[in-house]
Design a protein. Structure first.
Length: 56
């Protein structure tokens, strides 16, 4: 999964729905650890501005 940092406003909504805690949030950006991510797509579905996409 990939987060578009230009769109993301660091609202934290995606962080709360990740079952494996793969989403790391800092003051300046949100990042997905694809080593941990299981591609459940929860984050993609809840992002209010569609800043998350599936990566190849
Ligand atoms: S796809 Fe699922 S496991 Fe991966 S970062 Fe999003 S919520 Fe977490
Ligand atoms: S839900 Fe979307 S806008 Fe909010 S922190 Fe996650 S990626 Fe960024």
């Amino acid at each position: 999964m990939k987060i578009n940092r230009e769109l993301c406003d660091i609202c934290g909504t995606c962080v709360a729905v990740c079952p494996v805690d793969a989403i790391i949030v800092s003051e300046f950006f949100v990042e997905i650890d694809n080593e941990i991510c299981t591609n459940c797509l929860n984050c993609l579905k809840v992002c209010p501005i569609k800043a998350i996409e599936e990566s190849e």
